[in-house]
Design a protein around this ligand. Sequence first.
Ligand code: GLA
Length: 380
Amino acid sequence: MNEPKNNGNKRTWEVFAPGRINLIGEHIDYQGGWVLPGAISLGQWIKATEIDGPSLHVKSPLGTWTYASADQLCASNPQDKPSAFFKGIWSSFQKRHPLSSVGLEIEIRGNLPLGAGLSASASLSAGLGQILHLVHNSPLSEQDLIQIAYETEREFVGTQCGYMDPYAVVKSKADHLLLLNNSDLSTQYIPCDLGPYQLVLFHTKVTHELAHSPYNEKRAAVERAWELLKPLIPKDSVVEALPYLPLEVLERHRDKLSPADYPLARFTLDEQLRVEKAVNAINAKDFSALGVLLNQSHQGLSALYQVSCPELDFMADWSQRQPGVLGARMMGGGFGGCTLNLVHQNELSPWAKEALNVYHNKFGLQGEVYPVRLVHGILG
Ligand code: GLA
């Protein structure tokens, strides 16, 4: 699929860039904690065709954008968000490899819902980075591709996100979760065999844009908490980041943190422990224990970290009480998007029907249900 094809005289390149779920470990990637994501079969197909002249045309279901050349795009002062995003990808690529003057028509299609917390943004930036790599036959590494997506999101889109999304989109392996340690960026593949249980997403259709949500404020708050707590760590213990702080140290010094910052720090420590327990539960095939951890994660994200919303709370709470459901929680950055549910296969169909019903009755919104299959990342 990645080899250039000859379409008449014009070369073409195609890439599939998946979205991702995160089983558990929310909002702790940017704090150096562990996360457990995996790429999913929903994604974006990107096709680039060489054209005469140096111009770039990008076509997607959201619109069409034209730039006189790659150099002009990199030097521009973008007036709209997609242009800022494209400038980010081309500029980040250019930092690593000279851009040629080859003109391109780029077509983006896909079935990955946008603003659903499934990382459509990292999927597209890593996918376009991979297209540029193929077009230029560059020596770009997997790490470069991750870095291009990371820099685009932080420096050009404006979300102070962590590394989870580009790692999941680029490095995932089919039928596995990717355990990413964000302190040293080491990774481990965890086989994900959930027996008779199925991971399924419920998309609330409440869309979110993290760059304009309290996401960046949450990050600033936990960084503030870490700066205050760091000097209080006993000299003989090594603690690399807030998620690894012993609970008793946080509790002993909780009055040093503001009443608004303490619950965020407490969630951080709890969530890190839940990731460690979730890995053990998956390895031991203790799916009930895994479900309890998902429920606790939702509770913490909603009450302590406060990144949920009424629609997510309602659907997580409803799902947790259904037959055959072991766990349910909001997933991703929050403020909308999807819940992730661990549902017995035999109950999946009635669960999906009833979920759509109760949600529509409560909010007048048409939700969407997506059973999840774990697939290879772009280079996986
Ligand atoms: C978004 C960010 C990630 C991560 C999650 C929350 O998806 O891009 O880096 O922080 O939110 O876990």
